[in-house]
Design a protein around this ligand. Structure first.
Ligand SMILES: NC(=O)c1ccc[n+]([C@@H]2O[C@H](COP(=O)([O-])OP(=O)(O)OC[C@H]3O[C@@H](n4cnc5c(N)ncnc54)[C@H](OP(=O)(O)O)[C@@H]3O)[C@@H](O)[C@H]2O)c1
Length: 322
C-alpha cells in the first residue's frame, strides 16, 4: 500500500487508515485480530483508535480498542511497522475529559500502557475544550513530543478557526503544530444545519486551510455505516434530501461504468480530491474490509471526478461553506 507523510511531520502512514472503535468490544477478539491481520497483510500500517473506545457500549468502560491493538501488536511482534493514532478529549470512567495539561499527560500514559508501547505516532485532540486555554493544551502536547511519547499531534472535531488559532499560538512559541485533522466526511453532503452532536464535518473552509498549510485531512464515517450499498442502512437523516438523491444517482452511474462498488467509488473519490482526503475504513467482518481495501485499485478518470464533484443542488455548495 502506498505510504504518505502526515502534514509536515515525519510520520509515515499508509494510504488507508483502519478504524477500530469497535475492536475488542462489539467485535470479538478473534475477529478483531483477523481484521487487523487482513489490513496489515494488505500493506496497511495506519490504525485509528481512541482512549475511550468503546465506553458507550453496554458492559464496556473504555480502553477496549487500545488494549486489543496492544495485544495484537505484541503477539505479532510488529509494533515497529505500525503507525498508531489515539485520541483524548471525551470523558469515560476514570477520565473527566477535556484538554487540560494534567488530563493530557495522564491519559497519554494510560493509552501507552494499554497499547503496550512507549510512543504514539499521532495523538489527537478528540474534541474542542473551550474551558482550557489553547496555550495550555498546545504546550502539554509539545511536552509529550519532547518527552518522546508522541511523534505528531492532530485535531479532531475542532472548527477550522480553532485549529488555525491553536497552530498560530504553537508557532509563536515554537511548539509542535497540528499535522493532521480528522473530521466526519463522505461523498454525500450534510444538510445545512445538520446536527451531529460533537462531531464536525469537513467543509470547503477547512479544505482550503489544510491545503494551504500542508495539514493532512482524514475522514471518518466515510461509508455512512454501509448506507451506500445496504438496504438495512438508510441514508442518515442529516444527509437525506434532493442533493443526496442527485449525488447518489451520479455515484451509481460512475460505479456501474467502472465495474466497482459504490463504497469503492466513495473511497477513490476522496483520495483523488483536492486536497486529498485520507479515508478511515472499517468493517465488522473481513468481507467488508476486503471490499474497502480493494478501493485502492480504483482510479477514477478526470471526467468522473468532475461529474461527482458537480452533482447535486448547486445552492447546497454555498450552504456547505458555512
Ligand atoms: N474522530 C472521531 O470523532 C470519530 C468518530 C467516528 C469514527 N471515528 C473513527 O472512524 C472509524 C470508522 O467510523 P465509522 O464506523 O463511523 O465508519 P463507517 O465506514 O461509516 O461505518 C463502518 C460500518 O459500516 C459497515 N460497513 C463498512 N464497510 C462495509 C461494506 N463494504 N459493506 C457493507 N457495510 C460496510 C459496517 O457496519 P456493521 O458493523 O454494522 O456491519 C461497519 O462497521 C471508527 O472505527 C473510528 O476509528 C472517529
Amino acid at each position: 500500500m502506498r505510504k504518505l507523510t502526515l502534514g509536515s511531520s515525519e510520520v509515515e502512514v499508509s494510504a488507508l487508515c483502519l478504524g477500530t472503535d469497535l475492536i475488542g468490544s462489539k467485535i470479538d477478539r478473534e475477529t478483531s485480530f483477523r481484521l487487523l491481520d487482513l489490513f496489515r497483510e494488505s500493506g496497511g500500517t495506519f490504525v485509528d483508535t481512541g482512549n475511550f473506545y468503546a465506553a458507550w457500549l453496554p458492559g464496556c468502560k473504555g480502553g477496549e480498542s487500545e488494549t486489543t491493538i496492544g495485544l495484537w501488536m505484541k503477539e505479532r511482534g510488529n509494533r515497529h511497522e505500525m503507525a498508531i493514532a489515539s485520541k483524548i478529549g471525551f470523558d469515560y470512567p476514570g477520565c473527566q475529559g477535556g484538554l487540560n495539561a494534567a488530563e493530557i499527560e495522564r491519559e497519554c500514559d494510560k493509552s501507552l500502557r494499554r497499547l503496550q508501547t512507549d510512543r504514539l505516532d499521532l495523538y489527537y485532540a478528540h474534541r474542542d475544550d473551550s474551558e482550557t486555554p489553547v496555550e495550555e493544551t498546545m504546550e502539554a502536547f509539545d511536552r509529550l513530543i519532547r518527552a518522546g511519547k508522541v511523534r505528531a499531534i492532530g485535531a479532531s472535531n475542532l472548527r477550522s478557526w480553532r485549529i488555525a488559532e491553536a497552530n498560530t499560538v504553537a508557532g509563536a512559541h515554537g511548539w509542535a503544530r497540528y499535522s493532521a485533522v480528522e473530521q466526519r466526511h463522505t461523498y454525500l453532503r450534510p444538510r445545512h444545519g445538520a446536527d451531529f452532536g460533537p462531531q464536525v464535518s469537513i467543509n470547503e473552509d477547512l479544505k482550503g486551510y489544510c491545503g494551504a498549510r500542508d495539514i493532512t485531512l482524514i475522514a471518518y464515517s466515510a461509508l455512512l455505516q454501509g448506507a451506500y450499498t445496504r438496504q438495512d442502512r438508510p441514508v442518515p437523516m442529516q444527509y437525506a434530501g434532493v442533493d443526496s438523491n442527485a449525488r447518489l444517482e451520479v455515484l451509481r452511474g460512475v460505479a456501474e461504468e467502472s465495474g466497482v462498488t459504490l463504497n469503492q467509488v466513495v473511497i477513490a473519490w476522496m483520495r483523488q480530491s483536492d486536497p486529498p482526503v485520507l479515508p478511515i475504513i472499517a468493517g465488522s467482518e473481513p468481507g467488508q474490509l476486503a471490499e474497502n481495501l480493494a478501493a485502492l485499485k480504483v482510479t477514477l478518470a478526470e471526467d468522473q471526478i468532475r461529474r461527482l464533484d458537480v452533482a447535486g443542488n448547486p445552492d447546497i455548495k454555498q450552504a456547505w461553506l458555512r
